[in-house]
Design a protein around this ligand. Structure first.
Ligand code: GDP
Ligand code: PGA
Ligand code: MN
Ligand code: MN
Length: 625
């Protein structure tokens, strides 16, 4: 028996619409899509609706092709191994284009290579783009993804439309952002952030495809046009380069919008802490990539009586409300977390979040269909066979690493057992403290409190950290990462500091600012602080300071430090408090001068005067000691 359907195929130019109804898109979206079709020459257009059926269809295709492997130990969990050359953000290929160079980068000292953002003129960038994008999707499907950063329809949320030729990217976008046809309704005829992504590997392919992961590492380019609210990303499928809602939109583009509109788009987690006295506080924390945001946001307290709930683990959009309270939302819908180091001891809440509906990228696999990475030694059957992220046989005790150090899980935030009931509240949550931090093996105490808002901005401007595997930097050298935003700044860093300073206005309840360091080591390179769940002890001190407890601090040249014995250390064996809090004068004299030099070199005349003055005062204070 045959059933005959009349199939009406829509076309845009000559290109068929494989799914969705092009005529239902707004005129602005139609123009954007048609322009992409004309330029990139895909074989078809697939207008996504974000449904489970859609995901199932794509997953099925990727399993057949071999891009994904089902992790049979769980429900709906998949492993993806990328081309081994496409595993991290590529900061050296990430640009911002504005007419005026100094809108994007500060006036660096003459002869100095700027490190705070990369600018290219729109004219020169056009040449780069013209050498990449024409026909870049030939032979491939172009997915059109409507997404909302923040709950769909909420007044703080922003809408983007991403086109991509990667269905892995589509699957991850569904987890990390809110993809839904409702976005089209909310958008109406309004403007949206234009997000263009291509793996840069049209058919017939020019380059040998490894792991069924077509990409183009030689030609990677991630570029932003803040004035046009447009992003173009080429050659890489790695999350930070390809899930354009995340770093590109929610940080680089949004930081520009935030400056214009008087709010903040920051590389910060937001978490709630309810103390044994049943009082709830929200704090935001900015650490560079792979320095502990996801772990802190989901902390499992090492001291009884505290309750932690997670609002977000990577990005915060915050603004002062009418009563002067800073309120923050998490614009994302999922977690894109560092896998290595995650286990039931360090981060059980993350582990419970990704038991289903999650994608694991560049982790290893156990013979019984589970994920594996460094840190799970005690949580897999003894002697089990393991396949590394590179597809090699391996076992625990074998040399080398089984998972890439920047391997990641992508999991829906809604599955987190401690997700805050208000995590999607459009009003946001009231933030009482902002915490900076980084990996500082020497010199930097466990916690410092800023003496004022401006002093806190200075501390943020001087954030440094050991390099990690989140981007292409190699080795463990200490890098400046001011406000943990160096790779994510959308505009001139000096203007950004001034924007922060200008946020302080009469009638506003400015959050207190702190700096923490979980990563100080002893003479043998061993961490002095147990970290993870025990970090609640530091949060507890911070919250007592937010409540105005004046009996627990002492002054120091770098800020307020806990008075001896005021951080709860009970039950911790061999914590060397002296070493955790010592302020070696020579170290700090050098560090203060080095930071000032950094600002003079890198931010130059755009550095707000107060920041330099505060560093001068700090140096003078150490000289007096
Ligand atoms: P994020 O990239 O900033 O979100 O950082 P993650 O929370 O994913 O952590 C990055 C790496 O640092 C992981 O391997 C963690 O296991 C490790 N880490 C996180 N918090 C701590 C801590 O308090 N102490 C130590 N020693 N390591 C930590
Ligand atoms: P992370 O997010 O901060 O959790 O590492 C990804 C990144 O910053 O590249
Ligand atoms: Mn991040
Ligand atoms: Mn993280």
């Amino acid at each position: 028996v045959y059933e005959v359907h009349e199939i009406v195929v829509q076309r845009v130019g000559h290109v068929p619409v494989a799914k969705g109804d092009f005529t239902h898109l707004s005129k602005k979206v139609q123009r954007f899509v048609a322009h992409c079709v004309q330029q990139f020459k895909p074989r078809g257009i697939y207008i996504c609706d974000g449904s489970q059926e859609e995901a199932d269809e794509i997953i099925h295709k990727l399993l057949e092709r071999g891009t994904l492997t089902r992790l049979t130990k769980y429900k709906n969990n998949y492993l993806c191994r990328t081309d081994p050359e496409d595993v991290a953000r590529v900061e050296s290929k990430t640009f911002i284009c504005t007419q005026n160079k100094y809108d994007t980068v500060p006036h660096v000292r003459e002869g100095v290579q700027g490190t705070l953002g990369r600018w290219m003129s729109p004219e020169n960038m056009k040449k780069e783009l013209d050498a990449r994008f024409p026909s870049c999707m030939a032979g491939r499907m172009m997915y059109v993804i409507p997404f909302s950063m923040g709950p769909v329809g909420s007044p703080l949320s922003k809408i983007g439309v991403q086109v991509t030729d990667s269905n892995y990217v589509l699957l991850c976008m569904r987890i990390m952002t809110r993809v839904s046809p409702k976005v089209w309704e909310v958008l109406g005829d309004g403007d949206f952030v234009k997000c263009i992504h291509s793996m840069g590997c049209p058919r017939p392919v020019q380059r040998r495809v490894k792991n069924h992961w077509p990409c183009n590492p030689e030609k990677v380019l991630i570029t932003h046009f803040p004035e046009e609210r447009k992003i173009k990303s080429f050659g890489s499928g790695y999350g930070g380069n390809s899930l354009l809602g995340k770093k590109c939109f929610a940080l680089r583009i949004a930081s520009v919008i935030a400056r214009d509109e008087g709010w903040m788009a920051e590389h910060m987690l937001i978490m709630s802490i309810t103390t044994p006295k049943k009082k709830e506080y929200f704090v935001a924390a900015a650490f560079p990539s792979a320095c502990g945001k996801t772990n802190l946001a989901m902390l499992n307290p090492g001291v009884p009586g505290y309750k932690i709930q997670c609002v977000g683990d990577d990005i915060a959009w915050m603004r002062f409300d009418d009563s002067g309270v800073l309120r923050g939302i998490n614009p994302e819908a999922g977690f894109f977390g560092v896998a290595p180091g995650t286990n039931m001891k360090t981060n059980p809440n993350a582990m419970l979040t990704f038991q289903e509906n999650s994608i694991f990228t560049n982790v290893a696999e156990t013979a019984d269909g589970g994920y594996y990475w460094e840190g799970l030694e005690d949580e897999v059957p003894k002697g089990i066979g393991i396949t590394t992220w590179l597809g090699q046989p391996w076992h625990i005790g074998h040399g080398g690493k089984s998972a890439h150090p920047n391997s990641r899980f992508t999991a829906p935030a809604s599955q987190c057992p401690i997700i805050h009931p208000k995590w999607e509240d459009p009003k946001g949550v009231p933030v009482c403290a902002i915490i900076f931090g980084g990996r500082r093996p020497t010199g930097v105490p466990l916690v410092i409190e800023a003496k004022s808002w401006a002093h806190g901005v200075m501390i943020g401007a001087c954030v440094k950290s050991e390099a990690t595997a989140a981007a292409e930097h190699t080795g463990k050298n200490i890098m400046h990462d001011p406000m943990a935003m160096r790779p994510f700044m959308g505009y001139n860093f000096g203007h950004y500091l001034q924007h922060w300073l200008d946020l302080e206005k009469p009638g506003r309840k400015m959050p207190k600012i702190f700096h923490v360091n979980w990563f100080r080591v002893d003479e043998n390179g061993k961490f002095l602080w147990p970290g993870f769940g025990e970090n609640i002890r530091v949060l507890d001190w911070i919250l007592r300071r937010c409540d105005g407890d004046d009996s627990i601090w002492q002054d120091s040249p770098i800020g307020l430090l806990p008075k001896k014995g005021t951080i709860n250390m009970s039950g911790l064996s061999d914590v060397r408090e002296e070493d955790l809090f010592s302020l070696p004068t020579h170290y700090w004299l050098d560090d203060t001068r080095e930071s000032r030099r950094f600002l003079e070199d890198q931010v130059g005349s755009d550095t707000p005067a107060i920041i330099t003055q505060l560093l001068d005062q700090q140096e003078a204070a150490f000289q007096k000691l």
